[in-house]
Design a binder for this molecule. Structure first.
Ligand code: PMP
Length: 298
């Protein structure tokens, strides 16, 4: 579904290389290396009650993603944190999505790009629920993607890098064409990996099983949810999961900054019933992000 308002024509300001610029003026040249060769890394963060949840972890990962692509973002994590907080204040939102992005500029064109300038921009907008709220509570329907997460020797799979999303967009488009909300991707070995923008969890006999993130993003929400499950005394098993095993799981949910905790009702031929564990972790996650805003404000 297209957003009603195009993303280049919104109100407010964008933090751009250390300055606030009017939203419509946050432009780059068409010969930017980041556009041609995917030398760009980004983050997705959410603010609740005016405070950005896990901001330091996200901005640290942004810096590390840049390093994995061979560049140093010319700002410290403290400076990026401050820029995010100031941008949120200027935008005046309580609940919002925060998108920092760093990319190589246009000083060099071609595969080699050593002397390109590294740019950083931060845009913040209101992005309520990643999945349709009505569908979300029943559990979303997920297809099986044809594309697979690459071997870490094929791509810097731990980076949140733009190039890694090429196969996510292709997979999500294919899924949406068939009426699904998202797609589950296997990895290069055929093991269950993740959805196109979220990590996956399964439930069997009161225990949670989740794939070991050895060739895809170890999401910050994933780590939060594992902590919440353990705090409830629920065992969490990280291991290789083969798709055939989906026959034996009773619940499934996905999680990510944008997706939060979202129940899944089906994946291709497999069926799940959003149940007690999914519901508990959905509620615990909501409570945690709200409690964080209150604790920071206090
Ligand atoms: N996997 C992919 C491919 C993602 O894009 C995201 C969202 N950033 C995640 C997992 C979840 O990561 P996080 O919880 O850190 O948002």
């Amino acid at each position: 579904m297209a957003d009603a308002q195009p993303f280049d024509r919104r109100d407010g300001v964008i933090w751009f290389d250390g300055q606030f610029v009017p939203w419509a003026d946050a432009n780059i040249h068409v010969l930017s290396h980041g556009l041609h060769y995917a030398s760009a890394v980004f983050e997705g963060e959410r603010a609740y009650g005016g405070k950005i949840f896990k901001m330091r972890e996200h901005n640290q990962r942004l810096i590390e993603s840049g390093k994995l692509l061979g560049f140093d973002i010319p700002y410290s994590v403290e400076e990026i944190d401050r820029a995010c907080v100031e941008t949120l204040a200027k935008q005046g939102f309580e609940d919002a999505y925060v998108r920092p992005i760093a990319w190589r500029g246009s000083e060099m064109m071609g595969v080699a790009a050593q002397s390109t300038k590294i740019h950083l921009a931060i845009a913040i907008w209101q992005w309520p629920s990643y999945f349709d709220p009505a569908e979300r509570l029943k559990g979303i329907r997920v297809d099986l993607a044809e594309w697979r997460r690459p071997d870490p020797r094929t791509a810097p799979s731990k980076a949140k890098a733009t190039g890694l999303y090429m196969i996510c967009t292709l997979s999500k488009h294919a899924a949406e064409r068939k009426g699904y909300a998202d797609a589950m991707m296997l990895d290069w070995r055929g093991q269950v990996a993740e959805c196109t923008g979220a990590n996956m969890f399964f439930v069997k006999d009161g225990k949670i099983h989740t794939p070991t993130p050895d060739c895809f993003l170890d999401g910050i929400t994933r780590r939060t949810v594992i902590g919440l499950a353990k705090a409830r005394g629920i065992e969490v098993i990280e291991r290789a999961i083969m798709p055939e095993e989906l026959d034996d799981f009773t619940e499934c949910f996905i999680c990510g900054t944008a997706a939060e905790v979202t129940p899944v009702s089906e994946i291709a031929q497999w069926r799940f019933k959003p149940g007690e564990i999914t519901k508990t972790l959905m509620d615990d996650y909501s409570a945690t992000v709200r409690a964080h805003a209150k604790a920071v404000a206090a």
